[in-house]
Design a protein around this ligand. Structure first.
Ligand code: FMN
Length: 186
């Protein structure tokens, strides 16, 4: 079911020793298997976004890519009960390009699997008029969830959740694109 919706997969961890590529690699595979979207992988580690929010560096590039997307999946870890600071800088660097689009979350970490990061991101995205999906994918104790080849040890549960989340993204992505075409978000 291809929809001609563009989905931006945003990788929110930029740490040198990050585990993010494993989780994001799984998310990318699920998005491609779903088949509903053209995919743009935005790895924040590849972009230079200044904390000064002065629009320099790769800010314009990020704005364009967010603007071209109809839906988002944010992959985020949890650091000290919050999401990465660089992810916040990236979110704050983009303005109206976020508006009236849906976002789903894939989170990972220790005991809480990044749930606290996602709770915080939901309030941030509400301010930007981004619709946050109820369905989310959580990898608690993430180090034990994947084998050495980056494959999920117990795939069924998470694959079902991924399918539901992506189906919801299609529904919201279409509905909000139609609404944006009729009239810009208020
Ligand atoms: C500075 C730091 C703080 C962390 N704090 C938490 C935490 O509060 N809760 C948690 O579940 N995991 C925590 N972790 C574990 C991370 O979620 C885990 O290492 C994850 O792999 C980090 O993502 P990354 O490797 O892609 O950067 C922390 C890790 C780091 C480096």
């Amino acid at each position: 079911m291809h929809t001609d919706l563009t989905l931006a997969l945003i990788i929110g961890s930029v740490r040198a020793e990050r585990f993010a590529p494993v989780v994001a690699g799984w998310a990318r595979e699920r998005i491609e298997a779903h088949g509903g979207f053209d995919l743009d992988v935005i790895d924040l580690a590849d972009l230079s976004i200044p904390a000064s929010l002065d629009g320099s560096g790769d800010t314009e590039l990020l704005r364009r890519r967010v603007g071209a997307a109809d839906a988002f999946v944010v992959v985020t870890p949890e650091y000290n009960h919050g999401y990465p600071g660089y992810l916040k800088t990236a979110i704050d660097s983009v303005l109206a390009e976020w508006e009236a689009k849906p976002v789903g979350f894939v989170s990972y970490g220790g005991l809480a699997g990044g749930c606290r990061s996602v709770q915080q991101l939901r309030t941030v995205f509400a301010e930007l008029q981004v619709v946050t999906l109820r369905e989310q994918i959580v990898f608690a104790g993430v180090w034990d969830r994947f084998d050495e080849d980056g494959r999920l040890v117990d795939p069924e549960r998470h694959e079902g959740a991924a399918k539901s989340m992506l189906d919801q993204l299609v529904w919201w992505g279409r509905a909000l694109r139609t609404a944006r075409q009729e009239k810009p978000a208020a």
